[in-house]
Design a protein around this ligand. Structure first.
Ligand SMILES: Nc1ncnc2c1ncn2[C@@H]1O[C@H](C[S@+](CC[C@H]([NH3+])C(=O)[O-])CC(=O)[O-])[C@@H](O)[C@H]1O
Ligand SMILES: O=C(O)C(=O)Cc1ccccc1
Length: 247
């Protein structure tokens, strides 16, 4: 895994371009996500533990918006169910290329790992196979809001009995005071992780047009509208949360 520190927004930019998962981001991504998302290592590791409880024999486990495959690797560490395979999907060519390198490196060292297929493609255009686990780990927030219900409906229709969707997202809060407090605390988290005020401000401006967080209430309602029967939050750290949605 690349250890390169994230300095992408450290110098003043005349114009801050919209955030994209390009080669520059890929190089610093492990450092960026760990220093930006409170609870990220805990969420990823426990996503593997949760998935092991929902995995059904001979089924597919999806890692949607897989980036460098951190979730896929957690699935490989924890899921022991017979005949499962992982399908990781991302539409960033730079992410997919590096993800394949990491996973191939693991394959050559350990024989008993779950088989993984990494697809470069848009999750909105994916033909889902019957699946027991679908992970959307900080991916839905980058999907156009008017496409989110349709995507979740297709995921719901592909889920096998006993399976689950695990959805992690940055949250918005409907109560203004709660939103302001948790946003300030998230900024304090970033500062504590070594980001300057300039880095924090430029990153915020880069993501504001491309990443649109919903509230917990919106997530719950949308998941129920998509056909899920139960929504159970299992983790929250500041304004980042993860939910289990049952078919
Ligand atoms: N339509 C799309 N189709 C496929 N991929 C997409 C699409 N839109 C965005 N992506 C991809 O979704 C990923 C979101 S990052 C996920 C972190 C990872 N899950 C992790 O647990 O490390 C979250 C973050 O950086 O905050 C990126 O790799 C995009 O290319
Ligand atoms: O950095 C932020 O403020 C975020 O909300 C999280 C994030 C992490 C990595 C890429 C884009 C957004």
């Amino acid at each position: 895994m690349s250890k390169e520190p994230d300095r992408l927004f450290a110098q003043p930019l005349a114009q801050v371009p919209d955030f994209a998962f390009n080669e520059d981001v890929v190089r610093v991504f492990p450092d960026m996500i760990k220093r930006s998302v409170p609870g990220y290592p805990t969420i990823v590791e426990n996503l593997g533990v949760l998935a092991a409880q929902f995995a059904q024999p001979g089924s597919v486990l999806y890692d949607l918006g897989s980036s460098l495959g951190a979730v896929t690797q957690a699935l490989r560490r924890h899921v022991r169910t017979d005949g499962c395979r992982v399908i990781a999907v991302d539409n960033s060519a730079a992410m997919v290329e590096r993800c394949r390198e990491y996973l191939n490196g693991q394959d050559s060292m350990f024989q008993e790992l779950l088989p993984v297929e990494v697809i470069e493609g848009d999750i909105l255009a994916l033909e889902f196979q019957p699946a027991s686990v679908v992970a959307l780990n900080f991916t839905l927030q980058f999907i156009a809001p008017d496409q989110r219900t349709a995507l979740l409906t297709r995921i719901r229709q592909s889920l096998l009995p006993g399976g689950a969707l695990i959805l992690s997202e940055k949250l918005r809060f409907e109560d203004e005071q709660e939103h302001a407090l948790l946003t300030d605390l998230h900024i304090a988290f970033k500062r504590a992780n070594g980001y300057s005020e300039l880095e924090i401000a430029q990153k915020r401006s880069a993501i504001e047009n491309v990443m649109k967080p919903d509230s917990l209430e919106e997530h719950r309602e949308r998941l129920l509208a998509a056909g899920f029967s139960k929504v159970v939050p299992w983790f929250q750290c500041l304004n980042f949360a993860s939910l289990i949605a049952l078919p």
